[in-house]
Design a protein around this ligand. Structure first.
Ligand code: FE2
Length: 276
């Protein structure tokens, strides 16, 4: 059985940080979350004015962020002295756990900066774990060649090849390229919430099409199968995860299970003990 599409989401143009323009597809009014995913943004512009202001120091608690840079350079720094640079094709896997305060600042390159940020929820019993960073170099992301394209395995397992991302819950993250007219098919655990986001070309899924800039939510059982249209190559990410099925309380940069825990996160931040 092939997974059908449940819904196609367009996302909204918005801005975040110090005014960085981005497209919010999960975490906005149209689709608040897709358990365990709390947010999915595409940032992309060839005008440095749209992104140079970056994301100055801000806190997080209670989840993980996965930033995948397709192009461009981002420098990150945090309150405990961790520092790193994200370049073309690299991934930053940050586990905020009980608390980080960090900045994410772009460096001017040839104009184009493009990538994705995903927020992956942590279950109740792991929300207050130690924070961690994992900067993943592009060379450490395996690329599996398939008949009609390739799959970069950022996290999870594709055709027996495991990616370097280390989530705290069941999830996978693939960056897929299909040649014009090509198709791909792979299994995903039943009940895992899985989506496709197309960033070049368009994807055919059963009788429906997902165009560039659109996100398609799959139903929760069956194989994932889709194809590229005949006239152009397809580039997309396909991301899936096991739903946590826990209450979610959001407050800006904090995601906990209850309102009281959100209030506590704000007061810990104000008192300077968020990361303690
Ligand atoms: Fe952040």
């Amino acid at each position: 059985m092939i997974r059908e599409l449940l819904k196609v989401v367009e996302g909204v143009e918005t801005s975040d940080g110090a005014g960085v323009k981005l497209r919010r597809i999960i975490g906005g009014p149209e689709l608040n979350m897709f358990d365990p995913f709390l947010l999915f943004d595409e940032f992309g512009s060839d005008n440095p004015d749209d992104y140079m202001a970056g994301f100055p120091a801000h806190p997080h608690r209670g989840f993980e962020t996965v930033t995948y840079m397709l192009n461009g350079k981002f420098k990150h720094k945090d309150s405990s002295g961790n520092e790193g640079i994200l370049t073309d094709g690299s991934v930053q896997w940050m586990t905020a756990g009980r608390g980080v305060i960090h900045s994410e600042m772009p460096e001017k390159t040839d104009g184009l900066a493009r990538g994705f940020q995903l927020w992956l929820n942590l279950p109740k019993n792991l929300k207050m774990i130690d924070p961690a960073y994992n900067d993943i170099h592009p060379d450490d992301i395996p690329c599996v060649l398939i008949k009609q394209g390739e799959v970069k395995v950022i996290s999870g397992i594709f055709n027996g090849v495991e990616g370097p991302g280390r989530p705290h819950t069941g999830m996978f993250y693939f960056d897929i390229k299909l040649n014009a007219g090509g198709f791909i098919e792979f299994p995903v655990d039943d009940l895992w919430n899985t989506f496709i986001y197309v960033y070049s070309g368009s994807a055919n899924i059963e009788n429906r099409r997902v165009y560039k800039g659109q996100l398609g939510l799959f139903k929760d059982s069956g194989m994932i199968k889709f194809s590229a249209e005949d006239s152009s190559n397809l580039r997309c990410v396909v991301i899936g995860g096991e739903p946590l099925n826990e209450p979610v309380a959001r407050g800006g940069p904090f995601v906990m299970n209850t309102k009281a825990e959100i209030m506590k996160a704000f007061s810990d931040y104000q008192e300077g003990v968020l990361t303690k």
